[in-house]
Design a protein around this ligand. Structure first.
Ligand SMILES: *[C@@H]1O[C@H](CO)[C@@H](O)[C@H](O)[C@H]1NC(C)=O
Ligand SMILES: *[C@@H]1O[C@H](CO)[C@@H](O)[C@H](O)[C@H]1NC(C)=O
Ligand SMILES: *[C@@H]1O[C@H](CO)[C@@H](O)[C@H](O)[C@H]1NC(C)=O
Ligand SMILES: *[C@@H]1O[C@H](CO)[C@@H](O)[C@H](O)[C@H]1NC(C)=O
Ligand SMILES: *[C@@H]1O[C@H](CO)[C@@H](O)[C@H](O)[C@H]1NC(C)=O
Ligand SMILES: *[C@@H]1O[C@H](CO)[C@@H](O)[C@H](O)[C@H]1NC(C)=O
Length: 769
């Protein structure tokens, strides 16, 4: 398995990566050193005269010598370029009129829970409903999903175009070819493929091709728009029919991620192309790490998404895998649909059977060759202590703490409670090196994620279930047991549960927009994989065409697929209407009919899952929608401190008479017509927020009433609390007054639900102190 030594706890991993990839260099005395900078110049269609300047002209005005510095040009969806510059040159370009920002080309990361090539998971079903694909599985729609990721394995059965009509005539994209990818790899399903090799990488053939050499991109694409493939499984695990959220949609892939990560300059180039190509929806399972969070105007995903959304393209992004820390959500601009990850109702268990025949529940993916009968000697780490080690480290099985003579030929029990330093994979290596034949790791660090340990009998046991294991070990001088190969446990309860790794709100960008927006399945998801991955193949088996992995990366395409199917059914709906439909129809209860919890067992809040868990049929008929328009987003730029000049450069042609609202402050962000509500109460006794809803149902004449679920100690009133829609009044507004009886001690949550008896339209709210 590649990259074992990078497998640390998410937080540590995050910190290390951040340090490893931070763009600048503190000791920057070498001002002549050139690196790639992105020069962002706002809208492409701006009437701003400065922007008509050729990029080369701007560049030549600062470059000392004539050199070919430009790495990428952006001109379709927005204006700007990426170029090799010294710090000094970058500074002087940033002073030029019409330049919004100049920043070093950042490196973003895929949002699987672990390293580049680590995670695995599976997706047969959603919790309560299945995508409505049975009726339409043989027909095609003209909705085009663009995915920015690691490329595609075009031979996967998931991307067959059988039964598909011709490629939509408005499609302007292309199928880039290479040594291992020719034009027949694209078809009526996979209609576009582009790649953007790293300007600094020594590009090998893996880089100059749309072909996926990682698996992540293929997995994500098949989750979103895979056609039905029966009997899909990962070596018999999670067997079922693999099917994407919108099998009828078309797919275009933009390969922006390579071995070292995903370059901001490539991401912007892909946005620029995708906008010109004519995609309807964009899906990004990648992002910055929370600590390296850039400003809005140097955040490549926020910039690209802004211009995409301006053209009516809905952009769906992963929230990140830096949870459960607060403020860890990324991709949190208000024009992005930000996705958290939850579990599905299927567990992957590798249990431990003790000499007493008692079964202790474990979670992992392994193809344990051990016999099912509990006949193998077991030893607790502290009983196998090496001479010079101490009991504490031996109990946890830290490096150099185990005595080979006491471990050899045994299943080792390691107590990893409150041991964030080493993950299971590292302990496997320690146990293996000491001659152990199996590992029962007591740990809560991976929550509901089942990691793949291939042939080695290793399993993770929760600290709760670990008690029985330790008692048994204590009760006998010759403990024996076995570790069973993984089995699929269907109808697992409770589900969904918010994954421990899923990044949490509140948003650092603004306390007046609630993020993440929504949760979707992202734990142990089965989907298509590249066909030549030999890194995790059980002995004597062939590489699997499917893989099981986890992350907000896997949750994101569940939502993108859903967006495509809502768009297929309602082609005229705006991007924000679709986003609203998905958010207001979300559910907050699990399959025990109890409130959805987090992996640690506490009741989930909107900081964990936004509006809740997606449902797949209700967004097709939401009743009412909250539409967020361009002016809302321009106002947002004003409210966040951008002046009118900058707003105009960023957005290009602004509506006539547009001006930044007087007294533009961040508090006004709460009034953006968002499907959820967030209010910052610092220094305020009460706050009034307004919203406008649009009736999109067939019934013109209908009356909706509001029901408020208010937190204790807060007065919440909706006026009017009845909305009467008619043929001529499809859009109606209301106001909400929030008045806490005392100043807030902590952040509080509630909801406002409109219903006419047929449709239920729910918006969560959060009040921050
Ligand atoms: C930073 O610059 C120093 C001196 O120029 C160099 O030795 C070091 O490798 C650089 N570090 C990074 C992360 O680029
Ligand atoms: C593309 O490659 C496949 C497999 O290598 C080959 O069978 C096919 O003829 C090629 N098509 C074109 C148009 O070159
Ligand atoms: C399903 O796949 C498994 C192995 O992947 C195979 O053994 C089995 O025969 C297949 N079943 C059907 C019905 O195709
Ligand atoms: C094991 O037994 C010892 C001595 O009887 C006791 O102190 C200890 O708490 C026991 N440990 C567990 C995990 O039961
Ligand atoms: C709320 O607003 C105050 C003042 O504007 C600000 O200092 C504080 O950071 C905000 N709270 C949050 C959670 O962002
Ligand atoms: C607007 O903001 C930009 C960037 O902060 C600044 O350079 C410019 O001078 C400002 N313009 C006005 C008219 O204040």
């Amino acid at each position: 398995m590649k990259g074992n030594n990078t497998l640390l706890l998410p937080l540590f991993y995050t910190l290390l990566l951040f340090l490893g990839v931070s763009a600048g260099n503190g000791s920057n005395d070498d001002t002549n050193r050139k690196e790639v900078y992105i020069v962002y110049m706002g809208a492409a269609d701006s009437t701003n005269a400065y922007l008509r300047n050729d990029h080369v002209q701007i560049l030549n005005s600062v470059l000392k010598r004539n050199e070919n510095a430009i790495v990428r040009n952006y001109k379709h969806g927005f204006s700007g370029f990426a170029a090799r510059l010294s710090k000094e040159e970058a500074n002087s370009i940033s002073q030029k009129p019409g330049v919004v920002s100049v920043f070093p080309d950042p490196i973003l990361k895929l949002h699987t829970t672990r390293s580049w090539d680590f995670l695995k998971s599976q997706t047969r079903v959603n919790i309560d409903t299945k995508p409505n694909t049975e009726s339409s599985s043989s027909s095609s729609s003209d909705v085009i999903l663009g995915i920015l990721d690691t490329g595609i394995w075009p031979e996967a059965a998931s991307f067959s175009d059988e039964g598909f009509g011709p490629v939509p005539s408005r499609w302007k994209g292309t199928c880039m070819t290479s040594k291992d990818f020719n034009s027949s790899n694209c078809n009526r399903k996979l209609i576009g493929a582009r790649f953007y090799p790293d300007p600094d990488g020594k590009n090998d053939d893996n880089d100059k091709t749309p072909r996926d050499s990682n698996g992540h991109g293929t997995h994500v694409a098949s989750t979103a728009v895979c056609v039905a493939v029966s009997n899909a499984s990962f070596y018999g695990l999670a067997t079922g029919t693999a099917k994407g959220g919108s099998p009828e949609s078309r797919l275009a892939v933009y390969k922006v991620c390579y071995r070292n990560g995903c370059r901001g300059s490539a991401i912007l180039a892909a946005f620029d192309d995708a906008i010109a190509d004519g995609v309807d929806v964009l899906s990004l399972s990648l992002g910055v790490l929370p600590l390296s969070r850039p400003k809005l105007t140097s955040d490549t995903i926020a910039i690209g998404a802004f211009h995409a959304v301006q053209r009516g393209i809905l952009v769906v992004c992963a929230a990140g895998n830096a949870g459960p820390l607060k403020y860890s959500v990324v991709n949190d601009a208000p024009w992005i649909l930000t996705v958290a990850a939850s579990t599905i109702d299927r567990d992957l268990q590798s249990n431990v059977v003790l000499g007493t025949n008692h079964v202790v529940k474990g979670r992992a993916i392994n193809f344990s060759p051990l016999s099912n009968s509990p006949e193998y000697p077991m030893v607790y780490g502290e009983s196998a202590k090496a001479k010079r080690a101490n009991l504490g480290t031996a109990r946890k099985c830290h490096p150099n703490s185990l005595d080979r003579n006491k471990v050899k030929g045994k299943i080792v029990i390691c107590d990893g409670k409150k041991d964030p330093k080493y993950i299971t994979m590292e302990k496997i290596n320690i146990v293996k090196a000491a001659g152990g034949i199996g590992l029962a790791h007591i740990t809560d660090q991976d929550g509901s994620v089942a990691f793949n340990y291939v042939d080695f009998p290793a399993t993770e046991i929760s600290s709760k279930d670990g008690v029985a294991l330790l008692q048994y070990i204590n009760s006998t001088s010759n403990p024996v047991g076995t570790i069973l190969a993984t089995v699929t446990v269907p109808d697992y309860k409770p589900a969904p549960v918010v994954g421990f790794f899923s990044s949490r709100g509140p948003s650092t960008l603004s306390s007046n927009i609630l993020k993440p927006d929504i949760a979707a399945p992202g734990v142990n998801i089965l989907a298509a994989w590249i066909g030549d991955d030999t890194s995790e193949v059980p002995k004597g088996r062939k590489p699997s065409l499917y893989n099981i992995i986890s992350g907000t990366s896997m949750a994101t395409p569940h939502v993108s697929g859903l967006v495509c199917s809502v768009k297929t059914q309602n082609p005229s709906w705006s991007a924000s209407a679709i986003k609203s439909a998905i958010m207001t129809s979300a559910i907050q209860n699990d399959n025990l009919k109890a409130p959805i919890t987090t992996d640690s067992g506490s009741i989930a809040t909107p900081y964990d899952y936004g509006a809740g868990e997606i449902t797949t049929s209700k967004p097709l008929q939401p009743g009412l929608v909250y539409e967020t328009n361009t002016v809302d987003y321009l106002n947002y730029l004003c409210y966040t401190g951008h002046n009118l000049t900058t707003v105009k450069v960023i957005s290009g042609t602004v509506p006539d008479n547009f001006n930044c609202p007087k007294d533009s402050t961040s508090d006004l962000i709460s009034n953006i017509n968002y499907p959820s509500i967030a209010v910052n109460f610092t220094g305020k006794a009460n706050v009034v927020v307004s919203r406008t809803v649009t009736n999109v149902a067939e019934e013109d004449e209908t009356v909706y009433s509001a029901v408020v679920e208010a937190p204790k100690g807060v007065f919440v009133k909706v006026t009017p609390n009845k909305l009467q829609f008619t043929k001529s009044s499809k859009k109606l507004s209301y106001q909400v007054i929030f008045a806490p009886k005392a100043s807030l001690r902590k952040d509080l949550f509630g909801s406002i639900t409109w219903s006419n008896g047929k449709y239920i339209v729910r918006s969560p709210f959060v009040l921050t102190k």
